[in-house]
Design a protein around this ligand. Structure first.
Ligand SMILES: [Zn+2]
Length: 329
């Protein structure tokens, strides 16, 4: 009885707010086009969201993967940014905004990751939005121009990813109360996988000799991973939103790599590794390949889920920083 009452009131809420949505959305969309200019012809706008299921939009592919693990086949989960996209300074397209106006829920990371999200959700209309890091105590960026700001890449800690899943679950139960027990079961299964992943990463990364425990990347996106598994980190720039390579930043990193005798350094899939390869050359280190951090890979690639993304990265780290142990395994 209670659940059917809740369901009716949910439907009523949707239909009333839906009307308000549409009106406010039309005005906001017009205003947005006037502001940014609309070069895409309307007929090219992607409107192929045909699913009858509630539409959940996430700001990037990794959150979509996490959300799908909880949603199962009850919800249609779509990422706004595509595979390989730069997610920090993304510029939403008119078709993104049309998609957003049809959404039943928008999921974002928060902690300053999506510089575009406020304008985006405002323009999209009255769509409920959940911020997965809300209430989380973040690690702060140290040094450089972003010093003291929260590091937004909290999903790179499996233990924090478990909190993301709690927040996804809460949002889905609110969106679709009839599916509560289904979502809860899915969330528990996925959280158990994340707990196992934490143990797996801890076991693998413990094989790295103490002197080689320095993770050198392009973006400072690995603070949570480094923190959880007792590694130091160094990087070319703090966040991709501000990824300008300056001689000062390069020289600083070359000095660190030399001083710490770091054998292998890395970059990430969503940015150019050109400068990092130059740092490797100048410091005598090897370039160990690209991590995935802000985006998943194609489904045929090595990081098509968050779990595989972490495994791919850790494999590269071990190969580069603990080669003897890695090859003898
Ligand atoms: Zn990033």
């Amino acid at each position: 009885m209670r659940s059917s009452t809740l369901k009716i009131s949910f439907v009523e809420t949707i239909s009333l707010s839906g009307l308000r949505h549409k009106l406010s959305y039309i005005f906001k969309l017009l205003a947005y086009f006037l502001l940014v200019g609309c070069s895409s012809p309307i007929e090219n706008i992607n409107t192929d969201i045909k699913s009858e299921k509630p539409l959940v939009l996430t700001t990037f592919t990794i959150l979509a993967d996490m959300a799908r693990n909880v949603a199962g086949d009850r919800l249609n989960v779509v990422s706004i940014t595509k595979l390989g996209a730069e997610i920090h300074g993304y510029k939403p397209t008119p078709s993104d905004l049309i998609q957003a106006s049809k959404a039943d829920l928008i999921i974002e990371n928060g902690l300053g990751l999506e510089l575009w999200s406020k304008k985006f959700t405002n323009t999209a209309g009255d769509v409920p939005t959940v911020v997965l890091t809300k209430g989380m105590q973040p690690l702060l960026i140290e040094g450089d121009t972003y010093a003291g700001r929260p590091n937004p890449h909290a999903w790179m800690s499996p233990n924090r990813a478990i909190i993301y899943v709690d927040n996804i679950l809460k949002a889905f139960v609110k969106l679709d109360p009839a599916g509560a027990s289904f979502y809860k079961k899915n969330a528990q299964i996925y959280q158990a996988k994340l707990r196992n992943l934490d143990e797996e990463l801890r076991r693998h990364l413990s094989t790295i000799p103490p002197k080689s425990r320095v993770l050198v990347t392009c973006e400072g996106a690995f603070s949570y991973l480094a923190h959880d598994y007792q590694m130091d980190e160094a990087y070319l720039w703090p966040v991709n939103a501000e990824s300008q390579v300056t001689p000062k930043r390069m020289l600083k990193l070359i000095k660190t790599v030399k001083q710490r005798q770091v054998p292998t350094i890395f970059c990430e899939s969503t940015v150019s590794s050109k400068t990092q390869r130059e740092v490797a050359k100048a410091s005598g280190a090897s370039f160990g390949g690209n991590f995935f951090v802000d985006s998943l890979s194609e489904s045929s690639g090595p990081a098509s889920t968050l779990l595989d993304l972490q495994r791919h990265n850790v494999r590269l780290i071990r190969k580069g920083l603990a080669p003897d142990f890695f090859l003898n395994e």
